[in-house]
Design a protein around this ligand. Structure first.
Ligand code: HPA
Length: 284
């Protein structure tokens, strides 16, 4: 067994001493989106610090807990607090929890983030359903020897965000009368925000929103055959010709103000999503 596989097994063995559930749904709660955590009736909460090989969260606003419980009648495991490349973690560390989730039974992964909006049709507080992504991190969590028991050396990325799950999310949003957008997410390393020239470039290469997370987790989830649904909350307007200085407090305030709408969509998706038996989750 590879070192990575051993570490996953050790983390899972530890968690198995605390939980019996095989949650089919995993959720990564991004910046200012912790509200969904309150909607989960938690059965077991485990600090990252206790879990073998889990990195520790350095950002104060991220709590660093795995929450096991039920949401809308389904078993879920949620990551409260996620890891970013700019914090100095390797992408293997950033994505380790996703690998552990897979081994706990997760086949469907829901991800959210805060992002800058570059599509001029978006405004602050827009909710974008991620249809595709561009990896500009200059790194990849799959670099290094491949463990064929985890996934293929050259994973397919023709549908990194499940079309089936996007359709469910759009149905839910329509029923709730919540407006959503669709778009391409580009991941940059950060931690600085972008220059005007960079926003112009990112828009030109086909991105609608930019942020510093999600893509590594998505790549690893796809490596292991999981279905992914991703949302970006547009927290600031990144139009190169009218760019104003970004205010991180304002970004967090917009994320918090948008949270109830995204939480409602997420809950609806969890309620409605059809879960395939583990190992058969085709991505179509
Ligand atoms: N750029 C990168 N990440 C972000 C932004 C942005 O403008 N807004 C929120 N996260």
């Amino acid at each position: 067994m590879t070192d990575l596989r051993n570490k996953i097994e050790e983390a899972v063995a530890f968690l198995r001493t605390r939980i019996a559930a095989q949650p089919p749904l995993g959720i990564i709660l991004g910046t200012g989106l912790g509200g969904l955590a309150k909607e989960i009736s938690a059965e077991v909460v485990v600090d990252y610090a206790e879990i073998p090989y889990f990195p520790l969260s350095t950002v104060e606003s991220h709590h660093g807990k795995l929450i096991f419980g039920t949401l809308a009648g389904k078993q879920v495991v949620a990551m409260q607090g996620r890891f970013h490349y700019y914090e100095g973690y390797t992408l293997q560390q950033v994505t380790f929890p996703v690998r552990v989730m897979k081994f706990l039974g997760v086949s469907t992964l829901l991800i959210s983030n805060a992002a800058g909006g570059m599509n001029p049709n978006f405004s602050r507080g827009s909710i974008m359903i991620i249809t595709d992504h561009i990896n500009l991190l200059g790194d990849n969590p799959l670099i290094g020897p491949n463990d064929d028991t985890l996934g293929p050396r050259f994973p397919d990325m023709s549908e990194p965000y499940s079309r089936r799950l996007i359709a469910v999310a759009e149905d839910v949003a329509l029923d709730l009368k919540i407006k959503t957008e669709r778009g391409v997410f580009v991941a940059v390393p950060g931690p600085n925000l972008e220059t005007r020239a960079e926003y112009r470039f990112l828009r030109m290469i086909g991105a609608d929103a930019v942020g510093m997370s999600t893509v590594p987790e998505n790549i690893v989830a796809n490596h292991m055959g999981m279905s992914v649904l991703g949302f970006s909350i547009i927290t600031d307007e990144c139009f190169p010709d009218t760019l104003k200085p970004a205010n991180v407090d304002e970004i967090i305030a917009v994320a918090n103000a948008t949270e109830p709408r995204l939480t409602a969509i997420m809950r609806g998706v969890v309620e409605r999503v059809r879960l395939e038996p583990d190992g058969q989750h085709g991505k179509g």
